[in-house]
Design a binder for this molecule. Structure first.
Ligand code: P6P
Length: 329
């Protein structure tokens, strides 16, 4: 069977965007290039002095890991050389970045978390990169860059993530199904390995940080208790890595539910809407799953701030419907 690289796949997807003269595939190739550079550093993290905390804090108030900084720079450098990109918004930067060219023909904004879960790097736990792509809104200019990115997730034209795990896998969607590509280190290419991923309608795992169990709102606690007891004679195991991309990737392939509910310290949950929940939610829905903030679909939320947080429940139809049934009781 001939291998299909992500570049070939993107070009096929490109046909779905009328008038996109290769710009879209060139944009996505900027992301794949950056993630190959990131993975090369992640794979060697224990061998270079890149481990450990940088001496400055990012806006999230977390100690930046040096790999965070490197990963952010890889994505900025790669995407800045794509004239179709007008605005970037990163988890690592308080404000959106306006591309120096400020081209009137710039069509896209890219939102990303360069290295989600980076606090796990030093203990060799899987980490990930997430990205989300929007079209430039009608009439948006470079005076108000936030307008390019404060769009509901349903307007994403593409979204995806790379999980740096036992292998490096990129999962993306352009609204025409979800497809996974495994990096072949021998040739340095992402090769199609999971075509048209469908999330199981019901799963065997629930994934949540149970240390906060007493903090969760009551209906979350009741839902988790029902998963522990088993639903409709279906039993569950608990799996939680503490790295969203890895926890979601398992949920995508095996089904079940991943959640980060509101807690006493994070009344809107810890995960960020724009560059964590939205891309994950687009992938989940494209694969037949669901994603909610506990009251509405993630993709319907109108963002108010680039770094705003949201509760997130994402997973199989069965489990999410079971949660929503309890909510309405
Ligand atoms: P907690 C990693 O720092 C992260 O942002 C997500 O990747 C992960 O799901 C979550 O935080 C883990 O948070 O509070 O369970 O340690």
């Amino acid at each position: 069977m001939t291998a299909i690289t992500i570049q070939q796949h993107i070009l096929q997807e490109q046909q779905r965007f009328p008038g996109a003269s290769g710009e879209f595939s060139f944009l996505l190739s900027g992301i794949t290039l950056a993630t190959k550079m990131i993975q090369a550093k992640v794979r060697r993290a224990g061998l270079t002095d890149i481990l450990g905390d940088a001496d400055n804090e990012n806006i999230q108030g977390e100690m930046q890991q040096k790999l965070d900084i490197y990963s952010n720079e890889c994505l900025i450098q790669s995407l800045s050389s794509r004239p179709s990109v007008g605005i970037l918004a990163s988890e690592e930067d308080e404000q959106p970045l306006v591309m120096p060219h400020q081209s009137v023909t710039a069509k896209y904004a890219v939102v990303f978390d360069p290295l989600d879960g980076s606090s796990n790097i030093d203990v060799n736990v899987s980490v990930g990169t997430t990205f989300s792509i929007f079209r430039r809104p009608e009439g948006a200019d470079f005076e108000d860059p936030t307008r390019w990115v404060l769009q509901p997730g349903r307007r994403q034209i593409a979204a995806g993530y790379v999980v740096y795990g036992s292998s490096t896998v990129m999962v993306y969607t352009c609204g025409n199904g979800v497809h996974g590509f495994t990096l072949d280190p021998a040739v340095g290419a992402f090769v199609l390995s999971h075509e048209n991923i469908q999330m199981p309608e019901q799963g065997n795992y629930y994934s949540v940080n149970e240390a906060y169990m007493d903090d969760f709102p009551e209906h979350y606690g009741a839902f988790i208790a029902s998963l522990r007891q088993g639903l409709n004679g279906h039993s569950y195991s608990s799996r939680y890595i503490g790295s969203m991309v890895a926890d979601f990737h398992r949920t995508l392939l095996r089904g079940g539910v991943f959640m980060y509910p509101p807690t006493k310290t994070h009344q809107y949950g810890k995960l960020r809407l724009l560059y964590e929940a939205n891309p994950i939610a687009m992938i989940a829905e494209q694969a037949g799953g669901l994603a909610t903030d506990g009251t509405q679909r993630i993709l319907d939320i109108q963002p108010k701030g680039i770094h705003q947080r949201t509760p997130l429940l994402v997973g199989s139809q069965f489990e999410i419907n079971e949660f929503e049934k309890r909510l309405n009781q």
